[in-house]
Design a protein around this ligand. Structure first.
Ligand code: FES
Ligand SMILES: [Fe+2]
Length: 360
């Protein structure tokens, strides 16, 4: 069920500060990640070839690692270079390494066999904004949501749940406007348009005059950016959502005072990554950046994002408990009109999975 030939966010760069080695399970594999003394990033299989102690318990030495158990040292290429107390190093003493790269404010790893494909071009380009210092924001990371990453993808795609699950932030009755999505690339007043590409799905929603029927968060963006307590007037609201397989979603929200198309928009990008941990659990990385305010607002934004995700979490984990080992689509579920895009996303994943099966 995993797509291996893809870049996966494995860590926030700050997690690797001060010689720390992060041990993390991704796609069912145990990975150790660290930054060597020269700054080189390294991703190892998190198991010493001697007695399988996790290398993430070890110590960074130069650009390599010393195992915590019997002190064997491994270079950044995974080869054993030293065994304490003996001259010869066993030739088979090599740890698997994985391609690793830092981009857009994240550490990404490639766990697939097809390392020829591990170039940067397949990192979702819409994540550029998270590495861009002129956008102000913060990040959060939740370990181990007990749900298949596809259930989290479905949730991020699906704005129809916001009215019921997130009424004090994203959710308003406005989502009812967007139930009849149409193909296209325009912002349609009180409508949704969508584009299904080979490797992305994009949808746009718009309301030229959104009042109390909109999610409270949208008007609070205008209030905050103008230094006011509340924004009582209707607003011009636009949102563009892009999803890239296997597990990346960007929400770009842009609001203006109603009827002022010339006004500079107040904007937020919310970026989400639901990285598979096991077949039934995921790491969730998220980031919220904006074009207004200062860093003193960051913590409040991340707290708000955590609050929202904690509203989703019991539902997602509850779905997984009900499903057990089954995939959602094996249960022949009923679908509503709002499920169209999540289903298209699952089709793209199926196509990529089938392509990997042929390669193997
Ligand atoms: S387990 Fe690593 S040196 Fe023994
Ligand atoms: Fe949600």
């Amino acid at each position: 069920m995993f797509i291996y030939n893809a870049w996966y966010i494995a860590a926030e760069p700050a997690e690797l500060n001060d010689g720390r080695i992060v041990g993390r399970v991704l796609l069912g594999k145990r990975i150790a990640l660290y930054r060597g003394d020269s700054g080189q990033l390294v991703a190892f299989e998190d198991a010493c070839p001697h007695r399988k102690a996790p290398l993430s318990l070890g110590t960074v030495v130069g650009d390599g690692v010393r195992c915590a158990y019997h002190g064997a040292e491994f270079g950044a290429d995974g080869r054993c270079i030293k065994v304490p107390g003996q001259k010869a190093v066993p030739p088979k003493a090599v740890v698997n390494t994985y391609p690793v790269i830092e981009r857009h404010g994240y550490i990404w790893v490639w766990l697939g066999d097809n390392q020829a494909g591990a170039d940067e071009s397949s990192i979702p380009d819409g994540f550029w904004v998270s590495g861009e210092p002129s956008w102000i924001g913060g990040y959060g990371h939740m370990e181990s949501i007990k749900a298949d990453y596809r259930i989290i993808n479905d949730n991020l795609f699906d704005i129809t749940h916001a009215e019921f699950v997130h009424p004090e932030s994203f959710g308003g009755q406005e989502v009812q406007f967007y139930r009849n999505a149409r193909p296209g690339s325009e912002f349609v007043d009180r409508g949704m348009s969508f584009e299904i590409g080979a490797n992305s799905i994009r949808f746009r929603v718009h309301a030229a005059a959104l009042g109390d029927e909109g999610g409270p968060l949208w008007r609070s963006m205008l209030a905050q950016s103008h230094g006011e307590e509340e924004w009582d007037e209707p607003i011009d609201f636009r949102m563009e959502v892009i999803w890239w397989p296997p597990c990346y979603t960007s929400f770009h929200i842009s609001v203006r005072p109603m009827g002022k198309p010339e006004a500079e928009p107040v904007e937020i990008y919310n970026l989400h990554a639901a990285v598979p941990e096991t077949t039934r659990s995921s790491h969730y990385f998220y980031r919220s950046v904006r074009n207004y305010g200062d860093a003193s607002m960051n913590a409040a934004f991340i707290d708000a994002a955590s609050f929202v995700f904690n509203q989703d979490k019991p539902i997602l984990e509850g779905q997984q408990e009900v499903l057990g080992e089954r995939d959602l689509l094996q249960t022949d579920p009923i679908s509503f009109s709002g499920d169209r895009l999540p289903l298209e996303g699952r089709r793209i994943l199926e196509r990529l999975l089938a392509a990997e099966r042929v390669e193997r």
